[in-house]
Write a protein that binds this ligand. Structure first.
Ligand code: SAM
Length: 278
């Protein structure tokens, strides 16, 4: 196992310039890395995806436990560093591409595994698009443990009526039980970022919601939040508003309500009624 001091030495030796535009803040605290890996509770025969291995400090620890680790790294300048820090591991693949642009479903076809995990210290500027990519591609994850900017993390657990409640809150609630694991001070990164972080875990829901047609449900939620300040009547003009109004009435709302007031259960009820009437 490489010590973090050794990893720092390799970064310096390679004259690596940290790039703010790629959200490059590397963890330099071994306890935090250990804690993240422990909380991920990676089972045997697992594939772990890491977005942004950086210099590989978390990657090594993941590779010690998982059958295979698959990393996506946008910055090719990290290649000589990763070649050195990860040279003793045969179960790590690194794809040097922008994670948001890769054909994830196709790449995953090349791997055989029982359970799929995502464990990463995410680049802060694209946290939400990364998580949305798993949701939109319907990638079935056992668990996702990610370090994110504190205020972004709080958004993931937003409840109806709060300013942070969005379509993402509903999609996350649909698939996962979201849990805060720990606060992380800005002092454990190089370079030091301007904000603190938190580690969040997303555990696959054991008790699934009963949605008749996921496509209808996902489209409905997206459309309902299209323009946040607009009412359901305005955002969902193209739908059968009589059906929607009936469901809303049952819950003491009318068509002037905004999506941000409505719980996932109401969206599911509307989408199921719409599905029955297609
Ligand atoms: N895992 C390392 C650690 O914890 O020390 C580095 C984490 S750093 C917060 C984010 C990493 O994501 C950087 O290595 C950065 O180059 C990489 N990254 C940024 N944008 C990316 C993208 N679109 N696709 C893949 N990797 C990206």
């Amino acid at each position: 196992m490489l010590s973090l001091n050794k990893i720092k030495e390799i970064i310096e030796k390679n004259n690596f310039d940290f790039k703010k535009m790629f959200g490059q803040n590397f963890i330099i605290d071994y306890n935090i890395i250990q804690n993240i890996v422990k909380k991920a509770d990676i089972k045997e025969d697992s594939l772990v995806i890491e977005i942004g291995p950086g210099a590989g400090s978390l990657t090594c620890e993941l590779a010690n436990i998982a059958k295979q680790v698959l990393c996506f790294e946008i910055d090719v300048k990290l290649k000589p560093i990763l070649d050195e820090t990860l040279k003793d591991y045969e179960n790590i693949d690194i794809i040097f591409e922008d994670f948001l642009k890769v054909d994830l479903q196709n790449i995953l076809k090349k791997y055989s595994y029982k359970n799929l995990y995502v464990v990463a210290n995410l680049p802060y500027y694209i946290t939400t698009p990364i998580i949305m990519k798993f949701i939109e591609n319907r990638i079935s994850l056992e668990k996702m443990v990610v370090m994110v900017q504190k205020e972004v993390g709080n958004r993931f657990k937003a409840k109806p009526g709060s300013k942070d409640y969005s379509s993402l809150s509903i999609f996350l609630d649909y698939y996962f039980d979201v849990q805060k694991i720990m606060d992380v001070s800005r002092n454990v990164f190089i370079p030091k970022p301007n904000v603190d972080s938190i580690v969040i875990s997303f555990n696959k829901k054991t008790c699934q919601y009963k949605v008749l047609d996921e496509k209808v449900f996902f489209k409905l939620v997206k459309d309902a939040f299209k323009q946040k300040r607009k009412t359901i009547r305005n955002n969902l003009k193209q739908y059968d508003l009589n059906i929607i109004e009936k469901v809303l009435k049952k819950h003491e709302y009318d068509l002037t309500v905004r999506a941000e007031q409505l719980s996932i259960d109401i969206f599911i009820e509307i989408s199921n009624e719409l599905t029955k009437n297609i």
